[in-house]
Design a binder for this molecule. Structure first.
Ligand SMILES: Nc1ncnc2c1ncn2[C@@H]1O[C@H](COP(=O)(O)OP(=O)(O)OP(=O)(O)O)[C@@H](O)[C@H]1O
Length: 627
């Protein structure tokens, strides 16, 4: 199995800059658990076998001479070498250059940043999520040779590198290559020679790759007859009772590229109109690229155990954190991409799998609230996209959702809890939307609601601002922003005993409001006395018509809204500062105070004063009066 070959022209290529950086980091810092390289290579080998099985549906000749897929590991303990060979699809010269010299995936930059910031040990969690799997072999090898012959091709190629900046590529004689597929030889580093020992390799394979759907064989030397290590039987075809928790977890890790435990496992066989098996997992930690629009799906479609695609969108986008597979006998093996998109069978399967995943989440919420909240903390922001996107399941998704509120500290509440505890006269579900949960808790707009014991949902995910507009009601109550329109709190008596702010407007206040309106001109839509403030002097709210303030901010920052509407400035008539300003009829002072009040309200909303210099000068003049 030597790869030093007769004289053939050698091309030397530099790695793409990102690959070189990645390799450097991989070798020098992050990964404490080097065992993972084997899982990555086996997973690539299995993918290559599955790709070939798929291509062979249209072109059976590709597999005819050797119809059984397999992965063979050959040990060379004395020579410190480890070989992983598959009889899968193989790679042409161009495919090798593309696959083993670049990082095709989007999100690589984000990965680099994450990995550079990662502490020892954390890095392992990141491999596999980014398509950097192959390069992990340079953690254990100081030279890697890849000989590959693409199925059906008449030539074979050797790719060789020490992982330090460049690689060589050259043609090799067919006699030196696998008849079909890829052979990867790792020249192990001195401190990694144990990876050529049978005991170590068997342990790692069983631990990490026991359920790869292609049999894995192992041979003690290149000439020895290989023996079978795993049988490649598809885990999902077994009955649930015959599968242990560890087996599910191992399979989950293989399919998700994550190293955690699944938080939820859904495995069922549907019979009746459509027959299929589904195995789906909810991870217990969030994949880094959850919000990357180019993120590839993590659910695989199999037809009669033949892998077809991982791009069949077997679940709606708001369940994109779920990974797993569906295996059906109801579709033809040669199902085309168009068929996949339009197939009513797949539409029914999608519906069935989504229902089962959601009902499993509902059951978890009932049976183990804490476990459900962990899932919610990782994926709630994604699930809520469904309230916006999936009209049919809107009610169900709203019922599943959990929220932080003004009344329950760091705890979570369901909408059903909210409605159950709402005031008798309350016809709305009140919410406050903003970007930062801590800032929301401290919002002045909440004060009047707190004083009356009215609970307010604190919505800090961007998607919240969208679904609340679309969700007309929950259990007969409409959603209502507390930063838009009048608060109408007069219906509710204060529970803290204080008088309503609007009830006792001081003398001169009307004059001051008229003065301030004139000074602020079109910076505000209106200035009015507030019934939602009890402690703060001012706040801003949106006009009744148009968008809520947070939605407006999101649309503006996404470039989807050119000009924001003018806010309404509300002032607290009972506040000593407002009373003092109103009483001091000196125009220059009142003018400074008016602009400062507006800037103060902006700052409380997490925004900046419109004109920082003017703000500072006004503040300065007020301070000078103290001197
Ligand atoms: N044994 C193999 N046979 C055929 N192609 C392979 C093999 N190993 C790697 N490749 C090719 O190299 C590419 C890069 O592999 P790598 O493990 O780095 O990323 P990936 O497999 O695409 O992503 P992920 O690890 O997230 O699944 C693969 O997509 C595949 O095209």
């Amino acid at each position: 199995m030597t790869t030093t070959t007769t004289e053939k022209p050698v091309e030397n290529h530099a790695f793409e800059a990102d690959v070189a950086r990645l390799l450097h980091m991989m070798v020098h810092s992050v990964y404490s658990d080097r065992d993972v390289f084997l899982r990555e290579l086996i997973s690539n080998a299995a993918d290559a076998c599955e790709k070939l099985r798929y291509e062979a549906i249209a072109n059976p000749a590709l597999m005819a001479s050797d119809p059984a897929s397999r992965i063979t590991i050959v040990l060379d303990e004395e020579g410190g070498r480890l070989v992983i060979e598959d009889n899968g699809i193989g790679m042409s010269r161009d495919e090798m250059i593309e696959a083993l010299g670049t990082i095709a995936r989007s999100g690589t930059r984000a990965f680099m940043e994450r990995i550079e910031a990662a502490k020892a040990g954390e890095g392992t969690q990141l491999i596999g999520q980014f398509g950097v799997g192959f390069y992990s072999c340079f953690m254990v090898a100081d030279r890697v040779d890849v000989v590959s012959r693409r199925a059906g091709s008449k030539d074979a190629w050797l790719w060789s590198s020490d992982g330090k900046g460049s690689y060589d590529i050259r043609p090799v004689d067919l006699a030196e290559a696998p008849a079909r597929g890829t052979r990867i030889s790792l020249y192990l580093m001195e401190d990694a020679r144990s990876y050529a020992s049978r005991w170590t390799v068997e342990r790692i394979v069983k631990e990490q790759s026991g359920h790869v759907p292609v049999p894995i064989l192992i041979a003690g030397t290149a000439d020895a007859e290989p023996s079978q290590l795993t049988d490649g039987s598809a885990l999902w075809t077994k009955s649930r009772n015959d599968i242990s928790k560890e087996e599910y977890a191992d399979f989950y890790r293989g399919i998700s590229g994550q190293y955690d435990e699944p938080a939820l496992t859904v495995h069922f066989r549907a019979e009746g109109r459509h027959e299929y098996t589904a195995l789906a997992f909810v991870p217990s930690s969030q994949p880094f690229d959850m919000f990357d629009p180019d993120r590839k799906g993590r659910t695989k479609l199999y037809v009669k155990r033949v892998f077809i695609t991982d791009d069949a969108e077997l679940l709606p986008r708001y369940l994109r954190f779920v990974c797993g597979l569906v295996d059906t006998a109801d579709l033809p093996l040669n199902v085309s991409r168009e068929m996949i998109q339009e197939s009513p069978i797949l539409a029914a399967i999608r519906k069935g799998v989504s229902s089962r995943v959601l009902s499993a989440l509902e059951k978890l919420a009932e049976s183990d609230g804490d476990a459900f909240l962990k899932v919610w903390e990782s994926f709630g922001a994604v699930i809520k996209e469904g309230i916006y996107e999936d009209f049919e399941r809107r009610e169900q998704l709203m019922a599943l959702s959990r929220f932080r509120t003004s009344a329950f500290g760091d705890g979570y509440r369901s909408l059903a809890d909210y409605v159950k505890d709402a005031k008798e006269a309350q016809s709305a579900i009140y919410y406050l939307a903003g970007g930062n949960p801590e800032q929301l808790k401290a919002s002045p707009q909440l004060e009047g609601f707190r004083a009356r014991g009215i609970e307010v949902l604190l919505l800090s995910d961007s998607i919240d601002s969208f679904w609340v507009m679309n969700a007309p009601e929950f259990e007969g109550k409409a959603f209502r922003s507390i930063t838009q329109g009048a608060a109408d709190l007069a219906l509710f008596p204060k529970t803290d005993g204080g008088a309503s702010a609007s009830a006792e407007a001081p003398a001169h206040l009307a004059d001051f409001i008229a003065f301030a309106k004139e000074k602020l001109g079109d910076q505000v839509a209106d200035i009015r006395v507030s019934d939602r403030l009890t402690e703060s002097a001012v706040c801003l709210v949106a006009s009744e018509q148009g968008y809520d303030r947070q939605l407006e901010r999101i649309l503006q920052s996404a470039g989807r809204l050119e000009t924001a509407a003018k806010p309404v400035m509300e002032i607290n008539a009972a506040h000593p500062v407002i009373r003092a300003i109103a009483a001091k009829t000196e125009p220059s002072f009142q003018e400074d105070a008016t602009f400062l009040l507006l800037d103060q309200a902006r700052i409380l909303d997490g925004d900046k004063p419109a004109d920082p210099r003017a703000f500072a000068e006004r503040l300065q003049r007020i301070f000078e009066r103290l001197a």
